[in-house]
Design a protein around this ligand. Structure first.
Ligand code: PLZ
Length: 440
């Protein structure tokens, strides 16, 4: 096959005829609950470009929700995974272990925040990492309660569904939900206007008065909330929570599934906030698109569960582990942490400029290659989800993939690959500008 031309190119109506055809088959064969943001079917991708079945080339600002952090079909990942496929496709680490699992655990110990002794368990998905973190924290503390924050997203399995904030589409009709999960108020500077200290005091009051530290096994927080709308907590908020957890024997867990793996210019976003969580959760970007997730934490906590207490058939699959080793290697070799700053340096000022022109942009926020705009009805704080839908549809029509987010569906989030070129980024920004102009 010809290499992909790394350019935006719209050659048919969107969706094109082959996508329309696939959409018909999909509606007949795929469960209705699995819906898609756009009726466009992908065929190939490379770097920051996705090509659909009709040959349209899109600039991808979503990276499959923050997975393709080092770029689609990255050569090093493809080579490592392809070679591993031919050597050992499946081993089942709890039957016949293999080196790549150990290597990923070593790399995670090295790159997660904190210089204390750490250990890791590998899993298949983000939700599974969250579930295992809670299991380990419960086993270690002998306590059962789990605290999460308003606007959080932690997954769709039974326990993580209870931990996720939004009823629609994640929880409605799917109960009963897992017990002993408590949603504490968090820090959302644009909407609550609270300082980090005041927001932390409010959270801690809830933890102490409504749950009680005696029963609380863990507090799980996303350092920058992903699905919740790229909410960056106020200064000092996370550090105050960590201090309270430490003082009260509560395991402090950072869900870095969306914010981690170099996306914000550090390996983990926790580093921006001066916190060293007891456990850090990785998934999404860790293995260049292959399914892999991890719980990495203080050795004494991670070693609490008995032998045989953790595992899973595909967990830490050798092909995914080989891909993860390649991802860590490429982040180092190509200096990709610095690329997040390059992207922020272009995208954030452009978004601020758009905000000056269009009062529907209430807030511009985020760090590195994890940026967002929150849209409101001009002059108010009222969420403007309709503008988000119009803009994401306009962008797709013009060859740019944009993702929405937020409890109110009124946030556009930008999670480009760190491999995106300045030119492609600028071109995508100009399409966004045209989109805003078309709203008037
Ligand atoms: N924790 C912080 O962002 C996944 C969900 C997409 P899984 N977010 C994308 C969807 O609609 O299902 C996520 C996350 C944070 C946990 C998860 C869950 O990760 O790999 O999707 O299970």
């Amino acid at each position: 096959m010809e290499p992909i031309e790394l350019q935006r190119r719209v050659v048919t109506a969107i969706p094109g005829p082959r996508s329309v055809e696939l959409q018909k088959r999909r509606l007949a064969a795929v469960a209705a609950g699995v819906s898609s943001a756009l009726p466009i079917f992908a065929e190939r991708a490379h770097g920051a470009i996705v090509v659909d079945v009709d040959g349209n080339h899109y600039i991808d600002l979503g990276s499959g929700i923050g997975v393709m952090t080092i770029g689609h079909t990255d050569e090093a990942v493809v080579a490592a995974a392809s070679e591993q496929l031919t050597l050992l496709t499946h081993g089942m680490f709890t039957i016949t272990p293999y080196e790549s699992y150990i290597r990923v655990a070593e790399l995670l110990a090295q790159h997660t925040p904190g210089s204390f002794a750490k250990k890791t368990v590998l899993l298949n998905s983000g939700a599974e990492a969250v579930e295992n973190a809670v299991k380990i924290a419960r086993h270690y503390t002998g306590r059962t309660a789990v605290a999460v924050l308003d606007h959080a997203y932690h997954g769709r399995t039974n326990l993580t569904m209870a931990m996720t904030f939004k009823a629609m589409p994640y929880k409605s009709g799917f109960g009963p939900l897992a017990p002993s999960v408590y949603h504490a108020p968090g820090s959302y500077p644009f909407r609550d206007g609270l300082s980090g200290a005041d927001a932390a005091a409010r959270t801690i009051t809830y933890l102490e008065k409504s749950i009680g530290a005696r029963d609380l096994a863990c507090l799980v927080a996303e350092p920058i909330q992903g699905e919740g709308g790229f909410v960056v907590p106020a200064d000092g908020y996370l550090a105050a929570l960590q201090d309270w957890c430490t003082a009260n024997g509560v395991v402090f867990i950072a869900d870095e599934i969306q914010s981690g793996m170099a996306r914000t210019g550090k390996y983990y976003a926790s580093e921006h906030f001066g916190v060293e969580p007891d456990m850090v959760l990785s998934a999404k970007g860790i293995a260049g698109g292959l399914p892999l997730a991890a719980v990495t934490g203080r050795a004494e906590i991670m070693d609490a569960p008995h032998a045989g207490g953790l595992g899973g058939t595909f967990a830490g699959n050798p092909v995914a582990a080989a891909a993860a080793i390649a991802v860590f290697g490429e982040i180092e070799r190509r200096g990709l942490l610095a690329e997040a700053g390059r992207i922020e340096g272009i995208l954030k000022p452009a978004l601020v400029e758009l905000q000056a022109k269009y009062p529907t942009i209430g807030d511009v926020r985020g760090i590195g290659a994890m940026l967002a705009i929150e849209l409101v009805k001009p002059g108010t704080m009222e969420p403007n989800a309709a503008a988000v839908s119009a803009l994401t549809a306009f962008a797709a029509q013009h060859g740019v993939l944009l993702l929405s987010a937020g409890t109110f569906g009124n946030v556009i989030r930008f999670l480009p690959s760190l491999a995106i070129t300045d030119d492609l980024l600028r071109e995508a920004i100009s399409v966004l500008g045209d989109g805003f102009a078309s709203l008037d």
